[in-house]
Design a protein around this ligand. Structure first.
Ligand code: ATP
Ligand code: MG
Length: 226
C-alpha cells in the first residue's frame, strides 16, 4: 500500500451563525498519497477554502487530527510551532493573492526564503527564474498595484514555490488567468510534485481537473475521491 502523505482523522469544522450552524466538514477521515497533483472541487460555499486554510494551519478545527508525512497531530501544535512548521513545509496561494503591497514582484516572491535565512543573492536568482517561468520576467520591479489580476496571481504562485514546500495548497490558482496561462500554471505546479510533495489546487474548471492526477470533492460536509 502507498504510504499516506496526509492523514486526517475525524475532522469537523462548523461556523456558528446567528440562526443555524454552517457545517463544513462532518467527521471527515482521509488519507492522501504524495507525489500527486490533486484537484479539490465542489460547489461554491462547499468549504474548499476552509479545508485549504485548515491544511495550511491557518484555522483550527472543532475536532480531529492531521498529520503530514507521519508527523504528530499538527492541530495540537502551539501557534508558534505551527508557524515554524508552515514556513518550512507548507505554502499557500490564497484566493485573493495576499501580496505585500509595498514590495515589488520579485521581493514578494523572495519573502518566504528570507524568513528562512537563505542567502539573499541565491533567493533573488531563484525568484527571478520562477517569475520567468510564470511569464513575468519583465515585471520584476512592479508593485502589486501596478500588476493585473492575472499577473498578481502568477506572482503568488511563484512565491508559493520558492521554499520547495512539501505541501502546496493553491486556492483557485488560475481563477484570473486565460486558458493558456492557466494550463501553464498547472503544468508548472505539476513539475514541483515528487515523492516528497503533494500539490492540492481548488478549482471550478473542468478542463484543469482533467489535468490533475486525482480529484477530491467536497459537498454537504463530506470529502470523497471522485
Ligand atoms: N469566518 C466565517 N464565518 C462564517 N461563515 C463562514 C466563514 N468562512 C466561511 N464561511 C462560510 O462557510 C462556507 C464555506 O466557505 P468556503 O470559502 O470554504 O467555500 P468555497 O468552497 O471555497 O467556495 P468558493 O468556491 O466560492 O470559493 C460558505 O458558506 C461561507 O459563507
Ligand atoms: Mg474558496
Amino acid at each position: 500500500m502507498t504510504k499516506s502523505f496526509i492523514e486526517i482523522k475525524d475532522l469537523s469544522k462548523k461556523f456558528v451563525d446567528k440562526n443555524d450552524d454552517i457545517i463544513i466538514l462532518n467527521n471527515v477521515s482521509l488519507k492522501l498519497p504524495g507525489n500527486n497533483l490533486l484537484a479539490l472541487t465542489g460547489p461554491s460555499g462547499s468549504g474548499k477554502s476552509t479545508l485549504i486554510h485548515l491544511l495550511a494551519l491557518l484555522d483550527s478545527p472543532d475536532n480531529g487530527s492531521y498529520s503530514l508525512i507521519s508527523s504528530e497531530n499538527l492541530f495540537s501544535f502551539s501557534e508558534k510551532k505551527k508557524s515554524n512548521y508552515r514556513k518550512k513545509n507548507i505554502s499557500i496561494v490564497f484566493q485573493n493573492y495576499n501580496l505585500i503591497s509595498d514590495l515589488t514582484a520579485v521581493e514578494n516572491v523572495m519573502l518566504p526564503n528570507l524568513y528562512l535565512n537563505i542567502k539573499k543573492n541565491d533567493t533573488f536568482n531563484l525568484a527571478k527564474s520562477l517569475l520567468t517561468k510564470v511569464g513575468l520576467e519583465n515585471r520584476l520591479n512592479h508593485k502589486p498595484a501596478e500588476l493585473s489580476g492575472g499577473e498578481k496571481q502568477r506572482v503568488a504562485i511563484a512565491r508559493s514555490l520558492i521554499n520547495n514546500p512539501k505541501l502546496i495548497l493553491a486556492d483557485e490558482p488560475t481563477g484570473s488567468l486565460d486558458t493558456k496561462n492557466a494550463e501553464n500554471i498547472i503544468e508548472l505546479l505539476r513539475n514541483f510534485k515528487n515523492q516528497d510533495s503533494l500539490i492540492i489546487f481548488a478549482t471550478h474548471n473542468k478542463s484543469l481537473v482533467s489535468k490533475s492526477d486525482l480529484e477530491l470533492t467536497i459537498s454537504n460536509g463530506n470529502v470523497n475521491f471522485k
